[in-house]
Design a protein around this ligand. Structure first.
Ligand SMILES: [Zn+2]
Length: 523
C-alpha cells in the first residue's frame, strides 16, 4: 500500500477501492515543470459516470502555465464569469420557453458543478507534488522520484484528474505520491468530500437506494456497490481509531478531559442484539437456527446518557441530545474497553451519580464491576418483569386460577424491590426433579440480581430503572439499518456501517472525518 492518508482521522488507509486508482504509468514531464499540459485521462477505473473532461479550459490550460497563484485565480475567474453568463442565458431561454423552474434550477446546478470542476482541476494542478529527487517514505527510507502520473479522483463536482509526482521506495518496494496524502486521497478513488457523502448515504439507507439518493440530491452517479464499499471501509477505519483511543484510555496513556459541564447523573446502558450474517460468517458457530446453526452474531451496544430532571410525576427525564452510542462485535472484554472509554469521555469518574443499566446478563455486571465498581447497578425493570412472567408460567400448574392474582402480588413486590418475598412465595410449592431445577434457575435470576432490583429505593433517588434508552437505541441504530428483511452482513461490513450509525446518532459525525489539510506530508 502506498503512503496512507487514512480518512478517518489518523487511521490507516481505508481498505476500500481497488488498487488505489493510480493512473496508468507514463513518462511525465521533467521535475520542475509547474503545469504539465492536460494529458489523456489516466484513471484506470471504468465506472466513472460523469462527463469526461473539465467543463472548460481544456485547450486554454497551457496559457496558465507559469503564472503565479494570483494569475491563475484571475484567469479562472474570467473563464468562470464567461461560463456563468452562458448558463444564465440558457436558463433565461429555458424559462422564457416555458420549461419551468425545475428545468432552469437543475440546469444551473449542473452547469455550476461543471464549472466547479473546471476550477478545481487547474487549482490542483498548480502543485504537482514534486518534493525533490528524493523524499522520505513512511518507513524512514529515501524514495526516489519516478515520473508524473495521472490519477482520477471522483469529487462532489465529478471526476477530476490530478497529475502528481510519483516516488518509489526501493527498500519497501512500493510507490506513492506525497501529494495524495496531502489531499486525503492516498489509496482512494473518492475525494474526502464525496467519500463523506457516500458514507452518510450508506449509513442511512441500503447502498442501492443510497446511491440513488446521492445521484438525485448531489448529481453524482455512483454504483450502490461502490458507495457501500467506501462507506464500510471508512466506517471500519473510524472503528479502528475509536478502538485505539479506547485502548489508550484503558492504558492511561490518554486521559480524556471530562465535559466542561458535568452532568449530575450519568447512565451507562448496555444491551446486545443479533445481526443477520452471511453463511460464511457464522459457519461452525452454534446458534438458534432450525438446523442448529447460527444465523446472527451478537452486537453489543452501549448508550451513555445523562439526566438532570424528573417530570411532574417524579419520573426521570433523559437530557435531550445527551445520548452517545458505541456498538461492536467484539467479545465482552473488548466491548468493556470501548464502553469504559466512552463513559470516561462523558464524565464517568467525575459525576455524582453513575448508574449502569442492563438486563440480567452476567457479562454486563462483570464489566460494570471491573470498570466502574463505584457505579449503581440496576437490572432493567422490564426484563425483570418478563422473568417474573416466566416464573408464573413455571408455577401455573400449581397456581391454577390463582395464577393472575399471584402474579399481580409478585409484580407489586418486584416494584417494591422485595425479592425475598418473591422467592419465599415461589418456594412454598413442593417441586421435584426437572421442575425443581427449573424453579431454582428461575429464582436464581432474582436472587443473584436482588441488589440490582431495589426499584423502590432507586426510584426514590430519581433514577431510571429501565434500559429503554439502549433498547430504543438497538432498534434505531442497529435494527432499522442492519436487520431489514433479506439482509446478510459480513462482519467487517457491518462493523463499518454500525460505527458510522453510532457516530451519527451520537451527534459526532464530523469527528470521524479527518481534515486533509491537517495532514500535509513531509515536504
Ligand atoms: Zn520505504
Amino acid at each position: 500500500m502506498d503512503q496512507d492518508g487514512g480518512r478517518a482521522r489518523h487511521a490507516g488507509p481505508a481498505a476500500g477501492g481497488r488498487g488505489g486508482g493510480e493512473g496508468a504509468r507514463r513518462a511525465g514531464p521533467l521535475p520542475g515543470v509547474r503545469r504539465p499540459e492536460r494529458g489523456d485521462r489516466g484513471g484506470e477505473r471504468g465506472d466513472l459516470r460523469g462527463p469526461a473532461g473539465a467543463a472548460f479550459g481544456g485547450g486554454r490550460a497551457p496559457g496558465r502555465a507559469g503564472r503565479g497563484k494570483r494569475g491563475l485565480c484571475e484567469a479562472l475567474a474570467a473563464e468562470a464569469a464567461a461560463e456563468v453568463g452562458r448558463l444564465a442565458g440558457q436558463a433565461a431561454a429555458a424559462l422564457a420557453a416555458g420549461q419551468g423552474l425545475e428545468a432552469a434550477e437543475l440546469a444551473i446546478r449542473a452547469g455550476l458543478t461543471q464549472l466547479g470542476r473546471g476550477l478545481l482541476e487547474p487549482l490542483l494542478a498548480a502543485d504537482p507534488g514534486y518534493r525533490g529527487p528524493r523524499t522520505d517514505c513512511r518507513s524512514g527510507h529515501q524514495a526516489g522520484f519516478v515520473s508524473y502520473r495521472d490519477k482520477t479522483i471522483d469529487t462532489v463536482l465529478g471526476p477530476v484528474t490530478v497529475r502528481r509526482a510519483w516516488y518509489h521506495c526501493a527498500q519497501c518496494g512500493h510507490g506513492f505520491a506525497p501529494r495524495d496524502a496531502g489531499l486525503g486521497v492516498a489509496g482512494q478513488t473518492m475525494s474526502p468530500g464525496l467519500a463523506k457523502m457516500a458514507a452518510r448515504a450508506g449509513e442511512a439507507v441500503p447502498f442501492t437506494p443510497g446511491a440513488a439518493l446521492v445521484a438525485e440530491l448531489a448529481g453524482i452517479t455512483l454504483t450502490g456497490r461502490r458507495l457501500g464499499r467506501h462507506a464500510e471501509a471508512d466506517g471500519r477505519a473510524a472503528a479502528a481509531v475509536i478502538e485505539a483511543e479506547a485502548a489508550a484510555i484503558a492504558a492511561r496513556t490518554l486521559v480524556p478531559l471530562p465535559p466542561a459541564v458535568l452532568p449530575d447523573k450519568l447512565y451507562i446502558a448496555v444491551d446486545g442484539t443479533g445481526v443477520p450474517m452471511r453463511t460464511a460468517e457464522t459457519e461452525g458457530r452454534p446458534g438458534k437456527g432450525e438446523d442448529g446453526k447460527a444465523r446472527t452474531r451478537e452486537v453489543k451496544l452501549v448508550c451513555v446518557f445523562s439526566q438532570a430532571t424528573v417530570d411532574e410525576n417524579g419520573y426521570p427525564v433523559r437530557d435531550p441530545g445527551s445520548s452517545s452510542y458505541l456498538a461492536t462485535f467484539a467479545p465482552a472484554a473488548g466491548f468493556g474497553t470501548l464502553m469504559a472509554a466512552e463513559a470516561r469521555r462523558r464524565g464517568a469518574g467525575h459525576v455524582r451519580q453513575l448508574t449502569i443499566l442492563g438486563d440480567g446478563a452476567h457479562w454486563i455486571w462483570n464489566l460494570a464491576t471491573a470498570h466502574f465498581p463505584e457505579a449503581t447497578q440496576i437490572v432493567d425493570l422490564y426484563h425483570a418483569r418478563e422473568h417474573l412472567h416466566d416464573l408464573g408460567k413455571l408455577l401455573a400448574f400449581m397456581l391454577g386460577d390463582q395464577h393472575q392474582d399471584w402474579l399481580a402480588e409478585r409484580s407489586d413486590e418486584l416494584d417494591a424491590g422485595d425479592i425475598d418475598a418473591i422467592t419465599a412465595a415461589a418456594r412454598v410449592f413442593p417441586m421435584t426433579g426437572t421442575k425443581a431445577e427449573a424453579l431454582d434457575t428461575a429464582l436464581g435470576y432474582f436472587e443473584t440480581n436482588a441488589p440490582r432490583m431495589r426499584y423502590k429505593h432507586f426510584r426514590s433517588c430519581g433514577l431510571f430503572v429501565g434500559s429503554g434508552a439502549v433498547e430504543a437505541g438497538c432498534k434505531a441504530v442497529i435494527g432499522q439499518r442492519l436487520k431489514l428483511s433479506g439482509m446478510h452482513w459480513s462482519q467487517p461490513g457491518a462493523t463499518g456501517i454500525l460505527t458510522l450509525r453510532c457516530q451519527q446518532a451520537s451527534g459526532r459525525w464530523e469527528e470521524i472525518w479527518q481534515q486533509p489539510g491537517d495532514r500535509t506530508p513531509a515536504a
